[in-house]
Design a protein around this ligand. Structure first.
Ligand code: HEC
Length: 704
């Protein structure tokens, strides 16, 4: 008995030891291996309709981030690569160029399928508009993209085969559709741009995500000729006074739109008026609703709910298309559902997203167009110079590019901070010397020229903005003036790429850089994060392109964002050790061989004018100094060959590579442009490293 009892208690002791050892081993193992994560997708622009650009994943965090390394890379062809991918079904979907999708294995980066929308060949003159898609959406085994020829295209996420397409814009008008579609409740909604070129009338359209049939359309400006489509537009029409000259007034909504599933509201960020000059658009003044506004509509029907206008009666290219981030904050002790909005005009707005009530606003960049926002009315207290008619040129901060462009801000519910990519800049604006007497000939009726000589202009920073105190918590100066999109994570990190090719993770609370990666190419695209098989990944696309600033990126020419440099999808994970293949350095800036070149100042001056008037500079850069959107024509061999040059412009032999056709240009005009480009080539040094003799200063630009 005794012996038996002892044996039993021995067994009990052994069992106890075994359990303790197992527990200790489990503790030791959990400390050594990162926490396993459930799988998590990133299915749409900003992660979901709230557009927080926030990942709830925290495997990569302040402690582990030093172990973050390259898991895989995928090389992309030249062309717009400044887009946000999405991840679902274990695939990373990437849209680049003017409407090409690639599906990559999310763990290995292996190409699974490729879909070509042939948007370039179909786009005609729309190919000349220097913007490309900024992102895509996934829903229910489908991927949705905007294309350069103005279609919303649905593709089967498993096979890469097209399911349907819908022509969202009239291809004979100059509109451009680039914003990432938003999918909600079995529908997909998209807007478009173009209100900087002709006086079109803006709208957004919701489609059935399965059939591609239109469900509803909401116009963002009143009908200039006929009866209004709804009561909201009747109200809006009363804010357009005097002559409208038949134009639609602009107000396009070209960015991705936010969605609140609880309220079932879509938030539309509406753009600027066109012509920019209000005298040509609404000659008697008025607020001109819904230009430069946030408009909430019912997601099922598109019925108007409320609006808040950031720039009443705007006439300086003030857009409110920038992110509308939905967040829940406690303000003065009360929980509030808010929209956080930092448009081009340099003010950070907190708006009640249920009622549209203005809560607060404060400038996050240098601002001169208004002194502040009136707390009672929510209207700006304007600097009178902003109504420029007959007053000469006005020094406006922020400049025509805005203090915040489409490159996304992010919001962390853990820190309560918004991470804003801020551009500091100024422009001289006005209508001095423009004859407004014939509205048909006056164009935009406006000049807006960046002035790089102003101290502090053309800089950029990442700012952690506290929406409760309306003040910056921290700020990091960035190289260049086109900062990358941001992503915040539950690991208390903020990821952002830089124009000088460095991908950085910051401590979300202090702004300290805690991790960097040399990506060898500029990064403007917003990153995403997802998890598969218990591992967290961070993905970002490198390279510049149309949506990376186009015309603007010339200001960043010194970072040599060569058009032919490799662009890549980079994916990072803890303890990953893939090596980034080193890229060949950009082609040296040396004069191309052109022994037959003879100077001809008159023809060269004519060519320079034609280059600007035909908007070649949108892609090839002002004064032919490009920023990565298109080849550097100063060092191109083509201008030396009359036949080759003509084939490109007149016959459009490079259309499928993204170079538009200019069939209407006469032989003489083509020769003049060619002559000027040859001169620009011979301005280049004979050996690398010398100065560009034809380059005066960093170029200003108009409009946009
Ligand atoms: C919307 C953007 C865009 C506009 C506007 C544009 N281009 Fe291009 N261009 C491109 C792209 C992209 C390529 C490169 C195509 C390729 O990959 O081969 C290119 C290539 C070229 C080339 C061949 C250069 C080389 O070395 O391969 C020439 C020459 C050229 N463009 C001239 C012009 C002129 C002149 C204009 C204005 C009349 C113009 N482009 C307007 C985008 C544009």
């Amino acid at each position: 008995m005794q012996a038996q009892r002892r044996r039993r208690s021995n067994a009990g002791l052994f069992f106890l030891f075994a359990v303790m050892a197992a527990i200790l081993l489990a503790i030791a193992l959990s400390a050594a291996t990162p926490k396993k994560l459930p799988d998590a997708d990133w299915q749409s622009f900003g992660n979901d309709g709230r557009e927080q650009h926030y990942s709830p994943l925290d495997q990569v965090n302040l402690n582990t981030v030093p172990r973050l390394g390259l898991a895989w890379q995928f090389e992309l062809p030249p062309g717009n690569s400044v887009t946000q991918p999405v991840m679902a079904e274990g695939k990373v979907f990437v849209v680049t160029g003017h409407g090409t999708i690639r599906a990559l294995n999310a763990v290995s980066g292996k190409l699974l399928w490729e879909f070509e929308s042939h948007a370039r060949e179909r786009a005609g003159k729309l190919l000349r508009v220097g913007w490309g898609p900024k992102g895509l959406a996934y829903w229910n085994h489908r991927v949705f993209i905007p294309t350069q020829d103005g279609r919303l295209v649905a593709v089967d996420a498993r096979s890469g085969k097209q399911l349907w397409d819908a022509q969202e814009i009239d291809p004979t008008q100059i509109r451009n559709m680039t914003g990432a579609p938003r999918v909600y409740d079995g529908k997909v909604i998209i807007g478009h741009g173009g209100g900087d070129i002709t006086p079109i009338r803006g709208y957004v359209t919701a489609y059935d995500a399965i059939s591609g049939k239109q469900v509803w359309r909401f116009y963002t400006t009143p009908n200039p000729v006929g009866p209004q489509e709804n009561a909201a537009l009747e109200m809006a029409a009363k804010t357009w006074l005097g002559d409208r000259y038949g134009g639609g007034g602009g107000g396009t909504a070209w960015h991705s739109l936010s969605y609140d599933p609880e309220l079932d509201y879509i938030y539309i960020g509406v753009g600027n008026g066109y012509p920019y000059n209000q005298l040509l658009r609404s000659s008697g003044g008025g607020d001109n609703l819904f230009l430069a506004s946030v408009v909430a509509v019912k997601a099922k029907t598109g019925e108007y709910v409320w609006h808040y206008q950031t720039c009443p009666g705007e006439q300086w290219d003030c857009t409110s298309t920038q992110d509308i981030t939905l967040a829940d904050l406690v303000i003065d002790g009360k929980p509030r559902k808010v929209a956080l909005h930092a448009p081009k005009n340099g003010f950070f707005y907190v708006i009640d997203r249920v009622t549209g009530q203005f809560i607060s606003a404060k400038n996050f960049a240098k601002v001169t167009w208004a002194y502040s926002i009136d707390q009672k009315t929510g209207r700006p207290i304007e600097n009178p110079g902003i109504r420029y008619h007959g007053k000469g040129m006005f020094e406006m901060w922020p400049g025509v590019r805005g203090a915040h462009s489409w490159i996304p801000q992010s919001f962390s519910p853990r820190t309560g901070l918004t991470y804003l990519p801020v551009i500091e800049g100024a422009s001289m604006i006005g209508d001095e010397g423009i004859d407004l007497s014939d509205p048909k000939k006056a164009g935009s009726g406006y000049k807006g020229e960046s002035d790089p000589a102003l101290p502090g202009a053309h800089t950029s920073h990442l700012t952690a903005w506290d929406p409760l105190t309306q003040s910056p918590r921290w700020k990091v100066d960035l190289p260049g003036n086109w900062p990358g999109g941001t992503m915040a994570t539950a690991g208390d990190l903020v990821f952002q790429g830089r124009i000088d090719g460095v991908f950085v993770a910051y401590d979300a609370r202090s702004g300290k850089a805690v991790w960097t990666f040399q990506a060898d190419a500029p990064i403007a695209a917003p990153p995403i994060s997802y998890s598969v098989g218990g591992r967290q990944y961070v993905t970002v696309i490198t390279g510049n392109g149309a949506s990376g600033g186009g015309i603007f990126s010339a200001g960043n020419a010194r970072y040599r964002t060569d058009y032919r440099m490799p662009r890549r999808v980079l994916t990072f994970a803890l303890d990953a050790k893939t090596r980034l293949p080193r890229s060949a350095p950009p082609a040296p800036l040396v004069a191309p061989l052109d022994p037959d070149y003879r100077a001809n100042p008159d023809l060269e001056a004519k060519g320079a004018g034609l280059f600007a008037r035909n908007a070649c500079l949108i892609c090839h850069g002002p004064n032919a100094v490009p920023g990565g959107t298109a080849p550097d024509l100063r060092i191109s061999p083509y201008p030396a060959s009359a036949e080759g040059f003509k084939a490109i412009l007149r016959d459009g032999v490079l259309v499928s590579a993204g170079m538009p056709k200019y069939g209407e240009l006469s032989d003489d005009d083509i020769e003049a442009i060619r002559q000027w480009l040859r001169k620009r080539g011979q301005d280049m040094p004979k050996t690398p490293g010398g100065p560009d003799k034809g380059q005066k200063t960093e170029q200003g630009m108009t409009g946009a």
